[in-house]
Design a protein around this ligand. Structure first.
Ligand code: 8IG
Length: 274
């Protein structure tokens, strides 16, 4: 039941992203965007605080975008004008690797943002805390990642440097807004199951602080496209075995709802500084 051009293996994903960026320009009336912002679990309210929404487009009207698989993930793209006159493309329609549509679909929004002109990609997510210093409801800056998906958005002999992937310049900027912001290493697992306690211990021993199912592949694609990346995780739950009780999606949604006003304000202020 799909007519997504990215499902054709002979399609050029960058050409599909170019077509999507043209759709966005036409549908929003905004020729180029400066910053792109992907809103994950718990971060949805930030868009309203970033600036004035000048256009909102169902993602399904943009070439290559899939319907969101999850309730709580809004399937729209918004164009926002900030008080300082910058154009922000807000992506509320993330495709996860665990949906099984392939990495091209996962990173299509990032490539589209780059094709739309964005030089900065802000990636946010809800995630589990491995670091015992974290508590649910806390936002954490992503300092680096460990990609445990055994996949890459890069195809062929595309060797891309990932030093400073989560740009120190942008993390330092974020800390001018909140000097107490913690940072940590994000481990992307494939999901959609949560980790076992043994996997969470492994992640911690390897140097991980956060476990999630989204951001690493997107960040790699953003770097390939030449964008600067800023990443935030909302710790919605302590990872399996760190917390005593079983993990539930309900718990994740509740933590997200409770933290939303605080972290949304934080994120909007940070975007205002970019
Ligand atoms: I929200 O504990 C959220 N996403 N892998 N583990 C992984 N992803 C998550 C978790 C978690 N919580």
């Amino acid at each position: 039941m799909t007519d997504n051009p990215l499902d054709d293996p002979t399609a050029d994903p960058f050409q599909v992203a170019r077509a999507a960026a043209d759709d966005i320009a036409r549908l929003t009336g905004v020729e180029r965007h400066d910053i792109a912002l992907t809103l994950g679990s718990g971060w949805g309210k930030a868009a309203d605080l970033v600036g004035q929404t000048t256009a909102e487009v169902p993602a399904t009207e943009v070439t290559g975008f899939s319907r969101p698989a999850l309730e709580g993930h809004v399937g729209t793209l918004r164009s926002i004008l900030t008080p300082s006159g910058r154009r922000v493309l807000v992506i509320g329609a993330r495709t996860h690797f665990y949906e099984g549509h392939g990495v091209r679909r996962v990173v299509h929004s990032v490539r589209t943002a780059a094709a739309a002109g964005a030089a900065i990609m802000v990636l946010t997510n809800g995630a589990g805390g491995v670091n015992r210093a974290y508590t649910p409801g806390r936002p954490v800056l992503i300092s680096d990642h460990i990609n445990l998906t055994a996949a890459s958005p890069l195809e062929g002999a595309t060797f891309v440097d990932l030093t400073d992937l989560y740009a120190k310049r942008l993390r330092d900027l974020a800390r001018t807004v909140d000097p107490d912001l913690d940072e940590g290493v994000y481990c992307q697992f494939r999901g959609p199951h949560y980790e076992t306690p043994a996997e969470v211990r492994m992640a911690g021993i390897m140097g991980g602080d956060i476990v999630g199912m989204s951001t690493a592949l997107e960040a790699i694609a953003a770097r390939e496209a030449g964008m600067e990346v800023l990443g935030f995780s909302l710790i919605t739950n302590l990872a399996a075995g760190i917390q005593e009780t079983p993990l539930s999606h309900e718990e994740v949604l509740t933590a997200g709802r409770e933290a939303e006003p605080v972290i949304s304000r934080l994120l909007a202020r940070v975007v205002g500084e970019l």
